[in-house]
Design a protein around this ligand. Structure first.
Ligand SMILES: [Zn+2]
Length: 463
């Protein structure tokens, strides 16, 4: 569903998982005691001198290259002036004039979404609200962030959601951020033709980005229809509980922040050698992975692309291949069955027990120990139960009936009980035959392979 009246751009922040902060040696992880991981640089005390963490710069470069960006020749930092309790020095060190990466793109549903810029910046402190009091914790202050800004190239909420999902996949591949905190925080710039741009701040995760944009587009369409088109840029917040956007302020322009180049941080060259080295270190990214899946595993083009662009599904597929499960079978099962049960139960893979136990299910099917039907039932159970699949199959007597004699007996029983249907089948009624097969399946509790039953039935009836 693409609405040609919609114009959507995204800005999002990614926390880099370096050991130390962007401009000092304080650790990112450690004591959670407030203000225990900060120094003079973290709070911007007079005389403190920030020094760029080279690792953070390399991580940012990795991201730039993975998103097909051009890379700047040097890193220059600026001070973005603002007054707020989460920033004791009254400015944030960020990039303004020349970002580290620019003019990149990420492909979504076959369309290139252009990346305008990727910049390095420091995280502000965290504010803790306690009744009427606000406390400040500087542990987070100075953590390295990458801000990714797209051009307004997206035209539907689904595209925006898929963009974030694919971005997250790439972040997972290049391992520059903490996977456990894999919520990507994003702001969305949204407007329909005829309205000014509205920025929706602080949306968490890709489900909410889709919801927030759907809501905002509808709101703007209604205003436009009522002759109240939005004439001034504004910033709104996203209330996830209520599912609405809420007015915050008329948006200030970038010029209002009074950027100046930071005199404490001398420009640092980004050498061609460094860029080449990082390029070489990049892992296989989704487009190459999709191609390899097609070539190596003979997976259909479209399926290969869907799998390669979902980090969790890729991990499942590659684990299956390592367990000597036939890749095409595994790929189809992951693409169809895993997504079927997730959609049906409206669940996310990470919240189920599927990843943990899927390979056992696939192995049992591949070795004809259970039928596909039983496999499907197991998948449904794995949504909220952590089953030891092999034990469960044994204890509940779900092993496939492979004993032909046993199956023949069931077929004979069904034929005897349904003489009318047998006659109808012999007169050419295929539906009656399906009815007979269905009955055998019922008696065998889905544990028999329908293909074998088909053959057996025909053989016995035509004797
Ligand atoms: Zn520090």
């Amino acid at each position: 569903m693409t609405n040609t009246d919609s114009i959507i751009g995204i800005e999002c922040h990614v926390s880099l998982n370096t050991n130390t902060k962007l401009f000092c040696g304080c650790p990112l992880i450690g004591s959670e005691e407030p203000n225990s991981r900060c120094c003079d640089v973290c709070i911007g005390a007079p005389g403190s001198k920030p020094v760029l963490n080279k690792k953070a710069m390399e991580y940012a470069l990795k991201l730039c290259l993975a998103l097909n960006c051009k890379v700047s020749n040097e890193v220059i930092f600026s001070r973005k002036t603002y007054f707020y309790p989460d920033m004791s020095k009254n400015y944030q060190i960020t990039q303004y004039e020349i970002p580290i990466g620019y003019e990149g793109f990420l492909e979504v549903f076959g369309k290139k979404i252009r990346i305008r810029r990727i910049q390095l910046e420091e995280d502000p402190a965290a504010l803790i609200h306690q009744g009427n009091t606000v406390l400040v914790d500087y542990n987070r202050s100075g953590n390295p962030l990458c801000e990714i800004v797209t051009e307004p190239d997206m035209t539907s909420p689904e595209e925006a959601r898929e963009f974030l999902k694919r971005l997250l996949t790439i972040l997972n591949y290049i391992k520059i951020f903490e996977i456990k905190n894999c919520i990507v925080k994003a702001d969305a710039n949204v407007n329909i033709k005829g309205c000014e741009r509205v920025e929706i701040k602080n949306i968490n995760g890709f489900k909410d980005i889709e919801k927030a944009i759907i809501y905002e587009l509808e709101r703007q369409r209604k205003l436009l229809k009522d002759g109240q088109a939005i004439k001034e840029k504004e910033t709104r917040g996203w209330d996830s509980d209520k599912g609405i956007t809420v007015f915050q302020r008329s948006k200030e322009s970038e010029a209002d922040y009074g950027y100046i180049v930071d005199p404490d941080l001398v420009p640092i060259d980004i050498s061609k050698e460094l860029v080449e080295k990082i390029k070489k270190e990049l892992p296989e990214l989704p487009p190459q992975k999709a191609l390899r899946y097609q070539k190596e595993f003979k997976i259909r083009n479209e399926d290969a692309e869907v799998l390669a662009n979902d980090y969790e599904l890729t991990e499942l597929l590659e684990a299956a291949v390592n367990r000597r499960i036939e890749p095409l079978f595994a790929a189809e099962w992951i693409r169809r069955e895993v997504t079927r049960v997730l959609n049906y139960s409206k669940n996310e893979l990470s919240k189920t027990f599927i990843s943990k136990n899927l390979l056992d299910v696939l192995e049992l099917i591949q070795n004809n120990k259970i039928t596909r039907q039983t496999g499907q039932r197991l998948m449904e159970l794995l949504i909220d139960k952590d089953l030891d699949v092999k034990i469960y199959v044994k204890e509940n007597n779900l092993e496939a009936v492979s004993n032909i004699k046993e199956l023949e007996d069931i077929c004979k029983k069904v034929i005897k009980e349904n003489e009318k249907a047998v006659k109808e089948y012999l007169a050419g009624n295929e539906k009656s035959f399906m009815f007979l097969v269905g009955n055998v399946m019922k008696y065998s509790k889905g544990k028999a392979d329908p293909k074998i039953i088909n053959e057996l039935m025909k053989k016995i009836i035509n004797l």
